[in-house]
Design a binder for this molecule. Structure first.
Ligand code: PLP
Ligand code: TYF
Length: 396
């Protein structure tokens, strides 16, 4: 039965992990997969997470199911984190949250929800976007289209984006990255979010906002600007949120599907559909990650500690951005790479070609995605000069 099944290539980003492990060069640098790294190159368990886990271990009384929507304490804590403590959307009781296995699980719930409840509607993805977006909507059978996002000269193509938005049929879904665009690092300004809101509202499109990096751009509240603007101004918004990065709990698979409806009545209707989708995929979400998050967010001291840890991760990334540009100065390339300071989040489109990326790997053991995407968090102040020299060599 299996003999006619073909082998397919694995995920190109995750494949970099193996390639990096096999490399014996002591100077190797991993700028590939998007996980945060500290100054020693580790992806640490946050202190606040460790304390929460210790508490959970001693206080946990059951391993019974938590229900298709997950833990209500997690749900209300994450709704406040995403939409803001005093959100009029929460006041009006028109937001539903379903705990999901990571942001990926939330995206799959969103895709299945769209397929089942909004028949014939297509999803519009930025070009480029996180490659998993393509697979998730294909797997769910949702028609996929794209809008321009990055120009050939490696700048944000906002004009191209809004021009395309003007052509999208009413009722179609547009996927927006809330902040820290993966893979480019180019984010919308507040004025651009306002413009996006105006077009979406006038043309009656449905935004799906992927919020995987809250806290990694300019701060937890600043990063939510677009999300909150659209949630408060529009009747209907879909949000997929992830705690993988900002709590550093990648493998605990902790995320959320947030469905915002016109009023409480319609919210309860769509919420009931989200429960079916969850049930048909995996029944109940894993509990541990959500318990960590709600323990932290619902305890003042732990919350303050976590806020400090998120600030530290973000500040490290942003300082690496500034220092990378400085490190290019000896080669006369400071201005050419100045945009790295303006990009936000873990990722930067460096503008390097696939051939230049290959040379970085082959000649210097520096690993990044062939699109030229670098995980800035994979840098450290110790390797900046080495990486700068290598890049200067391949772009010459
Ligand atoms: N969306 C984007 C844009 C991402 O980069 C990621 C990262 O992995 C995710 C969603 C999903 O994250 P996770 O499923 O690990 O929570
Ligand atoms: O883009 C990244 O590197 C992260 C991690 O299939 C990731 O979002 C990459 C690929 C994948 C799952 C997660």
């Amino acid at each position: 039965m299996f003999e006619q099944i073909e082998r397919v290539p694995g995920d190109a980003i995750l494949g970099l992990i193996d390639a990096f492990k096999k490399d014996t060069n002591p100077n190797k640098v991993d700028l590939g997969v998007g996980v945060y790294r500290d100054a020693s190159g580790n992806t640490p368990v946050l202190e606040s997470v460790k304390i929460a886990e210790e508490r959970l271990l001693s206080s946990e009384t059951t391993k019974s199911y938590i229900g298709s929507h997950g833990d209500p304490a997690y749900g209300s804590a994450v709704l406040s984190l995403v939409l803001g403590e005093t959100s009029p959307v929460l006041e009006a009781n028109r937001a539903s949250l379903t705990q999901s296995p990571g942001g990926t699980g939330a995206l799959r719930l969103a895709a299945d929800f769209i397929k089942a409840n909004l028949p014939g509607k297509a999803i519009w993805l930025s070009a480029p976007t996180w490659p998993n977006h393509l697979g998730i909507f294909d797997a769910a059978g949702v028609e996929r289209k794209s809008y321009p996002y990055v120009s050939a000269d490696n700048t944000l193509d906002f004009d191209g984006m809004v021009e395309t938005f003007e052509t999208i049929p009413e009722g179609d879904i547009v996927l927006l990255h809330a902040c820290c665009h993966n893979p480019s690092g180019f984010d919308l300004s507040k004025a651009q979010w306002q413009q996006v809101l105006e077009i979406i509202s006038r043309r009656n499109l449905l935004p799906l906002i992927d919020f995987a990096y809250q806290g990694f751009g300019d701060g937890l509240d600043d990063d939510a600007y677009g999300v909150r603007l659209l949630a408060e101004s529009l009747d209907e918004v879909i949000i997929t949120s992830s705690c993988s990065k900002n709590f550093g709990i990648y493998r605990e698979r902790t995320g959320a599907l947030i469905l915002i409806a016109k009023d409480q009545e319609q919210m309860e209707n769509v919420r009931s559909q989200a429960a079916i989708t969850a049930r048909e995929n995996y029944s109940n979400p894993p509990a541990h990650g959500g318990a960590i998050v709600s323990t932290i967010l619902n305890d003042n001291a732990l919350r303050v500690q976590w806020l400090g840890e998120v600030d530290e991760m973000r500040q490290r990334i942003n300082s690496l951005r500034r220092n990378f540009v400085k490190a290019m100065a000896p080669y006369g390339l400071e201005e050419r790479f100045r945009f790295i300071e303006q990009q936000r989040g873990m990722f930067s489109f460096t503008g390097l070609t696939p051939e230049q990326v290959d040379r970085l790997r082959d000649e210097f053991s520096i690993y990044m995605v062939r699109s030229g995407r670098a995980n800035v968090a994979g840098l450290s102040h110790d390797v900046l000069d080495y990486v700068a020299k290598a890049i200067a060599t391949v772009v010459k």
